[in-house]
Design a protein around this ligand. Structure first.
Ligand code: CMC
Length: 439
């Protein structure tokens, strides 16, 4: 079939897939979204043409339909339920964003009030969890502790593990979002040997988290509005990011019918890696390693040398091929926090110099590598007094609402199936077993 014949005889809302080996062809229906690229529906390809599609890392594959978050990586756009991230970061608060992500709309005043009440009711953790916590070594990484504690929630909250019951799904969602700050603070306090601090429901979600992390029972604790606002922005910016590695992990784990606590624990484990949420910790380690502005050129030479297997952490993104809008908000927030605290952080200066040099370098320009959200978040968190090992934990606290929203969307999707990718097998063909004395 020539290209002209194909165009004349096939509907415009489909794509023709021709197998040149056999001459067989099929029509792939095209599904449009609200905005962004359309998708070709390849679900029947194997049944019709007896072949799989190949896409390691899902660079061209949409794994689901979603109404939650939209990213235009070329234009540097990020929308939660249609609202631009910059507007939410400036004008909203984290709980309002949680409501938006979970329910699809911004809350009215009474809805926001009621929503807040539900979270404060569930902010405490089961007292017995302390004994579970004590099983960890004091020097355990807080991400390891968080992963364990969240996984253990399914052993503590039996009345919210039935995924087929919408009431239990709602309860599990609220419990997870409400308790994550408490668990994160507990992981921190345990590692530094200070008494665990109970949540205080008079404080906002973010302030409560800061109080549980930084206050001690012997001293009154006073929040700083500039720092609370910066933290609120960090939480909002990290709340969701469509089908990234950890969210896809949550969806895949959940597709088998696993309970929500187990699924979120899986998401936390995936987030921990340095190519994903662990990058904020890695950025600080990298800046420390560079040490001084004069060492930047040598470091960048190393990054550009493929044999060195080094990366400029906090740079590059699978989807953003222009700027990461989250990084733009955080760059400004970093300056505000450092000014408020009167900190002249040489690492921030180093980071800014590194950013400028990298942005002018043809290696980064050609590959469209720009600073991502992790480039600046670490500087803010460090200035606020968080140990580096807590950086990814904070990412997990903020991302929990995104994971839960995506998990719920998947459970409620009538087209949902257990996630089960196929493979291109390149191993040995069938062969017969050889006894050990004959090998
Ligand atoms: N430093 C140096 N080179 C890079 C970097 C980097 N940070 N990122 C990508 N490249 C190069 C890569 O070597 C490759 O070059 P070539 O074409 O010559 O082989 C090219 O750019 C494309 O890279 P890729 O690995 O195919 O891109 P990817 O989409 O698979 O990776 C990424 C995306 C985020 C894993 C990667 O950019 C990276 O490792 N960045 C550093 C880690 C980081 O900051 N991660 C946080 C991501 S944002 C927060 C989050 O969502 O978790």
């Amino acid at each position: 079939m020539t290209q002209d014949q194909t165009t004349a005889t096939t509907p415009r809302n489909s794509l023709t897939l021709i197998d040149n080996r056999t001459g067989r062809s099929m029509e792939l229906p095209i599904k449009p979204g609200t905005i962004g690229p359309v998708v070709a529906d390849i679900r029947k390809v194997y049944g019709t043409l007896d072949l799989f599609t190949y896409d390691p890392g899902f660079t061209s594959t949409a794994s689901c339909e979603s109404r939650i978050t939209y990213i235009d990586g070329d234009k540097g756009v990020l929308l939660y339920r249609g609202y631009p991230i910059e507007q939410l970061a400036e004008q909203s608060n984290f709980l309002e964003v949680c409501y938006l992500l979970l329910k699809g709309e911004l809350p009215s005043l009474p809805q926001a009030k009621d929503f807040r009440k539900q979270f404060t009711q569930h902010s405490m953790i089961h007292e017995q969890m302390q004994f579970f916590l004590r099983g960890f070594r004091r020097d355990a990484h807080p991400m390891a502790v968080l992963c364990g504690l969240v996984g253990a929630m399914s052993a503590f909250y039996h009345d919210s593990t039935d995924i087929n019951d919408p009431v239990q799904r709602e309860l599990a969602s609220i419990r997870l979002i409400a308790k994550l700050p408490t668990l994160a603070a507990v992981a921190h306090k345990y590692s530094i040997g200070q008494p665990l601090v109970y949540p205080n429901n008079r404080l906002s979600y973010v302030e409560n988290f800061l109080a549980m992390t930084f206050s001690v029972p012997t001293e009154p604790w006073e929040g700083n509005p500039v720092l609370t606002r910066a933290m609120e922005k960090i939480f909002i910016l990290h709340a969701d990011h469509e089908q990234n590695a950890s969210t896809s992990t949550v969806r895949l784990a959940g597709s088998s019918g696993a309970n929500p606590f187990a699924c979120i624990a899986a998401g936390i484990a995936s987030l921990w890696g340095p190519a994903h949420g662990g990058a904020n910790e890695a950025v600080l380690a990298m800046l420390g390693q560079i040490g001084n502005k004069k060492n930047i050129p040598d470091f960048l030479d190393k990054v550009k040398n493929k044999n060195e297997h080094a990366r400029l952490m906090g740079f590059g993104h699978r989807v953003y091929k222009n700027f990461d809008p989250r990084a733009t908000v955080l760059r400004q927030a970093a300056e505000e926090v450092l000014k408020e605290l009167g900190i002249n952080d040489p690492l921030l200066e180093l980071a800014m110099e590194l950013e400028q040099i990298a942005l002018r370098d043809p290696y980064f320009i050609e590959r469209k590598l720009y600073p991502n959200v992790d480039f600046y978040s670490g500087i803010i968190l460090r200035a606020m007094g968080f140990p580096v090992s807590m950086f990814t934990v904070l990412f997990a606290v903020a991302r929990t609402v995104g994971w839960i929203s995506q998990w719920r969307e998947m459970i409620e999707d009538s087209e949902q199936k257990i996630g089960r990718p196929r493979q291109l097998y390149v191993g040995s063909p069938q062969r017969d077993f050889v006894a050990i004395n004959q090998r």
